[in-house]
Design a protein around this ligand. Structure first.
Ligand code: SF4
Length: 498
């Protein structure tokens, strides 16, 4: 038996407590699927410690773009749109007791009309979501399942599938996700575990998969807890599986790891397979560097003559939109001096080469070629593998000759690889930002990253024909990209100075 709650469009069973505190909704479920601790912190964490990240804005913009594709004249807002039988219903808010004694809230951004027999007639509705990223994940499936169960309670008709929209190049693709009984049960189990986690007065432990933390708004807070606890996931090279194996052999924190002989650790880990032993030297040294806060040199003879002898060099860094595989900015710094000398910042020239449209690269390639050919003997320094891959592909697409491609290949020097080969540093990861910050480099703009640059780019691109609302965005992107190039340069300089 159901009764209308005081709040609009809300139904719940008679005699049931309407728990207002610690409400579970689709946002909390999403956080919980990403990391159990995150959901707990969303409720009890100190909001002042939360960092702003560009990811939710990117997701929202992406959703608007995808939903735009489904837009048609016959649409409406809220439950009234369903009653009226509109093809699309936006902004539906529902609350139903999907688990015992607990109202589950869902803000469903879009429902699409489909066949069926609902309380309103010979039609029914299904949930629609937009997804970023390459794959359909558990998060997408469970959020759709939650939408499906909430809609079922409203329309009194089973929802057998939900829709996922995503961008492939510039096109919107629609995938049908079956909402099976098994998936619904998985959702109910997840909601019950989530409920248990948020009823606890202690936060769930820090995730072992620390890659997730890089885009999480609680990363600063969790990092300080992890350091304090000497958490093994703080050590670069230790993921969930390794952490478990280490605890099985009695190593539970960084301190323990830094004290053990690596040959002894090898013996212990080889019980689980020889390949597990291979990593022992690396993780012991890494933990030592982190515990003592001192860099450890791995090889005494450093053979990086390629660029120590050069009269000058280029530093290269790109900014991309991964959803449509578009490298929209190719940034270069030209340093006309040998890197063993003091860097004269006045002589550094930064050139941002923009590529407005993905399919119009011939002009861009000509400009890059002219720039690089002007100083053919200069090596091209970069951080990570993305830059050479992208530039060589661009060259191939533009019909560069084999010898041109081969000589371009020879000019690339990956500073990230060199750092990994020669040094063990007291950092949690070997990304550009953490290494550059460790050697004392600061980005001019605070709290910026690739995601923020991408958000600036998308905002600027959309608004450039309409108004000047985001005109400053382009300068912010250039400044960020220039700092990325400078950070790479400073790391290269540090390598040489050591
Ligand atoms: S920073 Fe990492 S451990 Fe902390 S809540 Fe986020 S994902 Fe979880």
């Amino acid at each position: 038996m159901e009764k209308l709650c005081y709040e609009r469009n809300t139904h719940y069973s008679l005699g049931m407590k309407c728990k207002k505190s610690k409400q579970i909704n689709n946002h909390l479920l999403r956080s919980w699927i990403q990391c159990k601790r995150k959901a707990w912190l969303e409720i009890y964490g100190d909001k002042h410690k939360k960092l702003w990240t560009a990811h939710s804005s990117l997701q929202l913009n992406h959703q608007i773009d995808c939903f735009h594709h489904l837009s048609q004249k016959n649409y409406g807002i809220g439950i009234q749109a369903c009653k009226d039988g509109k093809n699309i219903a936006y902004g539906i808010r529902l609350k139903y007791p999907l688990i015992e004694n607990r109202i589950i809230k869902g803000n469903l951004p879009l429902l699409r009309k489909t066949s069926g027999e609902s309380i309103w007639g010979k039609f029914s509705y299904q949930p629609v979501l937009a997804r970023q990223g390459k794959k359909v994940t558990r998060e997408h499936r469970l959020i759709l399942a939650m939408g499906g169960l909430l809609i079922k309670s409203l329309q009194k008709y089973k929802v057998s599938a939900g829709l996922l929209l995503h961008k492939e190049n510039e096109n919107i693709k629609i995938e049908k996700i079956r909402l099976t009984d098994k998936l619904n049960q998985e959702l109910i189990d997840a909601l019950l575990s989530l409920e248990k986690d948020i009823e606890s007065s202690n936060p769930p432990p820090i995730t072992s998969n620390r890659k997730k933390c890089t885009i999480c708004s609680w990363r600063k807070d969790c990092a300080s807890v992890a350091i304090k606890e000497g958490n093994l996931s703080e050590v670069s090279g230790i993921g969930a599986k390794r952490e478990l194996l280490l605890s099985k052999v009695g190593i539970n924190n960084i301190e323990d790891l830094s004290k053990i002989e690596h040959s002894k650790l090898r013996e212990k880990l080889e019980i689980f397979g020889t390949h597990h032993g291979d990593i022992s030297k690396q993780i012991v040294l890494q933990s030592k560097a982190q515990v003592t806060n001192k860099a450890i040199k791995l090889k005494q003879e450093i053979l990086i003559n390629d660029f120590t002898k050069s009269k000058g060099l280029f530093i290269y860094d790109i900014e991309s939109d991964p959803d449509i595989k578009h490298d929209f900015l190719h940034g270069f710094i030209r340093l006309p001096n040998n890197l063993t000398n003091e860097i004269d910042f006045k002589t550094i020239k930064y050139s941002p080469l923009l590529n407005f449209e993905k399919n119009n690269e011939s002009f861009l390639w000509k400009r890059i070629k002219r720039k690089l050919n002007h100083n053919k003997e200069f090596p091209i320094l970069h951080y990570g593998e993305t830059e050479p891959i992208s530039l060589l592909r661009l060259a191939e697409r533009q019909g560069a000759k084999t010898h041109e491609i081969e000589s371009l290949k020879k000019r690339f020097i990956d500073i990230h690889l060199l750092i990994r080969e020669y040094w063990c540093l007291p950092v949690r990861n070997y990304g550009l930002k953490s290494i550059a910050e460790w050697i004392g480099f600061e980005w001019k703009q605070s709290n910026v990253d690739g995601a923020r640059a991408l958000l600036w780019w998308r905002q600027w691109k959309k608004s450039r024909k309409l108004n000047n609302m985001y005109s400053k965005n382009l300068n912010s992107i250039f400044e960020y990209n220039r700092d990325d190039c400078l950070a790479t340069l400073m790391i290269a300089k540090w390598l040489i100075d050591q």
